[in-house]
Design a protein around this ligand. Sequence first.
Ligand code: FAD
Length: 425
Amino acid sequence: RKRHDVLIVGGGAAGQSVAGSLLQRQPDLDIAIIEPRSEHYYQPGWTLVGGGVFERRETVRQMGKVMPDSVKWYHAAASGFRPEQQQVLLEDGEQIGYRILVVAPGLTLDWDAIPGLRESLGRNGVTSNYLFDLAPYTWELVQSTRKGRALFTQPPMPIKCAGAPQKAMYLSCDHWMRQGVLKDIEVEFCTAGAALFGVADYVPALMKYVEKYGINLNYQNNLIQVDGQAKTALFKVTDAEGNSQEVEKPFDMLHVCPPQRSPKLISESPLADAAGWIELNPETLQHSRFGDIFGLGDAGNTPNAKTAAAVRKQAPVVAENILLALKGEAPRAIYDGYGSCPLTVERGKIVLAEFGYGGKLQPSFPLWLVDGKEPSRFAWLLKEKMLPWIYWNAMLKGHEWMAGPEILNHRPADHEATQACDFGD
Ligand code: FAD
C-alpha cells in the first residue's frame, strides 16, 4: 500500500511551490505529487507571448525537470478523495494514502460553455492568451490586423489573473498605435462585470489608457456564442435595470477569456464549498472540515486574486502549517490574501496592482520606486526580466523572496474551531 507523509494533488505553480517550501524546511520529508501533465507552464508569461515580447518556449519546462528529485511523482490524474480513509484515488483505480494532503489542481477553463468557441479557436481571427498553443496566434493576429473591429472579452468572475483580458487589449492597442493603424481599428472591451477592475484604486490609471487608445467599454456584456466562419460574436447585454437582450457583433479579431470554474475533481467531492471550490480557512489555508487537508492556488475558495503571486505567499504558509500539523499542533502561519496583477498598459510600462483581502493595497516596493497606481517602467522590468527568474528559481524551489510568512506564536483567535489533527499512528 502506498502512503506518504505529504501527498500533493497538482504539480502546477501551487503544488510545486509547496513541495519546494517543505523541502527547504525539512529536506528528508516523504512527499509525493500527483500530476498528469508532462509539461509545467509559466502562465503569467502568456500575456507577453500574445504581445510579441516572449517566445512561447520561454514559458514551458519539462515537468520532470521541475519536480524535485526527492519527490515521488505519480504521473496520473487524481480522480477522487476519501478524506475519512486518508486516501486519494487515481484514474486507474490506484489508491494513495497520506498523513497530510495538499489539494492544488488549479481551475478549469470552460471553453464548451460558449457554443461555437472551441471550434473557432486558432482560426477565423479567434484567439486567447489563456492557452499555451494560442498565445502566439494572438501576436500573429495583432500584427496582421490593420483595420476593422477587435473585441476583447471577459467572463463573469472568478477568473485567474483578472487583469489578463485587458492586458491583451492594451498591448494590442500599443502595437497598433505604433504602427499608425489604431485609428482604423474599432477596439471594444466586452466584460460581463460592472467595472474595469475589481479594486477601484487602479481604475483611474487604466482609464487613461482606455481614453488614449480610444477603447469602447461595454459593461455587463457577456459572450454567449461565437460563429467563427461568419466572424460574429453574440453577447447577453444587461442594462442597469437588470433587463437583458442578445446583441450580435461582427469582428475581425476576437480575444476571448473563457469562463472558468472549479475542476469537477473538487466540485463533485466532499472537499467543496457550496460554490464548488475547496473550502479553506482564509488565513491558515487548512480545510475548514478536514484538519489533515490543506489547499491553495486557483482551486481554493479564499477571496484573493487567483494569481501565481498569491501562490508565492500561500505556499510557505501551507508548508509551515503542514509541519505543525505533522507534529499534532494547530496551524499558526497566516496568509493575508496578497495577490498581484501586473497590468501591461503599454509595451514598457505596467500598472502594478498588489492587494490583499478586501482590496486592501499591499505594495511590495517603496513609493519612490513603484507607485502601483501609476504606470511604471520598473514594474515592466520586474515582469519581463525578474519575475520569470523568481518563479523558476526561487518560488518553485521554496526560497522566499522578500519576507517569509507571518507566524503567530499562538493560534489565530478567530479559528478556535480549527482543530489540530490527530493521526492515530
Ligand atoms: P496551475 O498552475 O494551473 O496548476 C494546476 C496543476 O494541477 C496543473 O499542472 C494540472 O495539470 C494539475 N491538475 C489538474 N487536474 C489534476 C488532477 N485531476 N490530478 C492531478 N493534478 C491535476 N498570475 C500572476 O501572478 N501574475 C500574472 O501576471 C498572471 N498572468 C496570467 C496570465 C494568463 C493568460 C493566465 C492563464 C494566468 C495568469 N496568472 C498570473 C495566473 C497564474 O498562472 C495562476 O494563478 C497559477 O498558475 C495558479 O497556480 P495553481 O497551481 O493553482 O494552478
